[in-house]
Design a binder for this molecule. Structure first.
Ligand code: TRP
Length: 333
């Protein structure tokens, strides 16, 4: 019997997903579900670590994120999609893991340090936020994941997970847990429509998978291009020009894209012409996704059914791992 490697990945349900998510993770998930055993976690508890005051936002976005997943082709028959808070074994594992890591180590996690700064917490860091990397270690190890596809910013969290796995297995003299490996996307980050390095909901420079054609038109028309390309005759910059980056990522007519790049670099091709072409390609890419999403959104109960079925499977796997852990620890009363 051939062993399929296990993937665990997921998102915090804090907003709808956009083209940056598609390029950075969703496209890979659609592919990987054919060759791997894939679990995708909707990490609502992790979302609450910095949104405790707006649980309704988390609740709404569990459904929105699920719709985005299904619309792009993550298939609940091939991928186990589940909700973090509905898998209690993850919380229990977190408590055991917390005894195997020092407070000092948590404080020095570079991702956490950066996020504390960005969120302006000062001395008022929620304790749940401080320990979310440990809860994430539970998410990953409960499913004995071999691979965690994630952004570069998740590297310190996966390193911490590996340390916890080693510590647990060594301390309790049993190879219960599996060391995961991070797989960072081979794609560079997708820039925002404003030309900034990262597309992000909070920066207001995102095109969402659920945007209407009108919204996409507006956003593409307003896109940043090459600020030095003042007149049509001027040579323009292709490198670092988000309009061309998007064409590379979402366009299907490679020949025409290459032709346009050469023409733009030489001069004589106006931004509005390139944008019109990008719109055509982008709308063609988004159209089937938006249609499927609209169709699915008519029956939210069915969507939640998919999540409940996935969660049931996730619970079986996670509670088996938890039982093995308790047995290794000798607390299997
Ligand atoms: N921390 C991830 C993010 O912010 C979300 C997440 C939660 C996750 N649990 C995970 C990612 C486990 C990979 C594996 O996007």
């Amino acid at each position: 019997m051939s062993y399929k490697k296990v993937i665990l990945t997921g998102d915090r349900p804090t907003g709808k997903l956009h083209l940056g998510h598609y390029v950075g993770s969703l496209a890979a998930r659609v592919k990987m579900q054919e060759t791997h055993t894939q679990f995708v976690i909707i990490a609502d508890m992790q979302g609450l670590t910095d949104h405790a005051h707006e649980p309704q936002k988390i609740r709404e976005n569990v459904l929105e994120v699920a719709l985005d997943y299904l619309a792009v082709g993550i298939d609940p028959k091939k991928t186990t999609i589940f909700v973090q808070s509905l898998v209690p074994a993850l919380s229990e594992m977190t408590v055991y893991f917390l005894n195997l890591i020092t407070w000092n180590r948590l404080k020095h996690n570079p991702t956490i340090k950066l996020e504390i700064q960005q969120k302006g917490y000062g001395e008022e860091v929620p304790a749940g936020f401080m320990i979310y990397p440990v809860s994430q270690a539970a998410d990953i190890t409960a499913f004995k994941a071999d691979l965690v596809p994630a952004g570069e910013d998740q590297t310190p969290i996966i390193e911490q997970t590996v340390e916890l796995v080693r510590k647990f297995n060594r301390l309790y003299r049993k190879d219960v847990l599996v060391e995961p490996q991070i797989v960072t996307s081979q794609f560079a980050r997708l820039p925002g429509t404003d030309g900034r390095a990262k597309m992000s909901k909070s920066l207001g420079n995102a095109i969402f998978l659920s945007d209407s054609p009108d919204e996409v038109v507006k956003k593409v028309k307003g896109m940043y291009t090459d600020p030095g390309h003042l007149r049509v005759e001027d040579p323009g910059k292709v490198e670092g020009n988000p309009v061309f980056t998007y064409l590379d990522a979402f366009g299907s007519d490679v020949g025409k894209i290459e032709e346009m790049k050469a023409h733009y670099a030489k001069g004589g091709l106006g931004d509005s012409v390139v944008k019109r072409f990008l719109l055509e390609q982008l709308l063609a890419f988004l159209e089937p996704i938006r249609k499927r999403r609209e169709e699915l959104a008519k029956d939210p109960h069915q969507v939640m059914q998919y999540l409940h079925a996935g969660t049931e499977h996730a619970n079986r796997v996670a509670s088996t791992t938890l039982a093995e852990m308790r047995s290794a620890m000798g607390i299997d009363y």
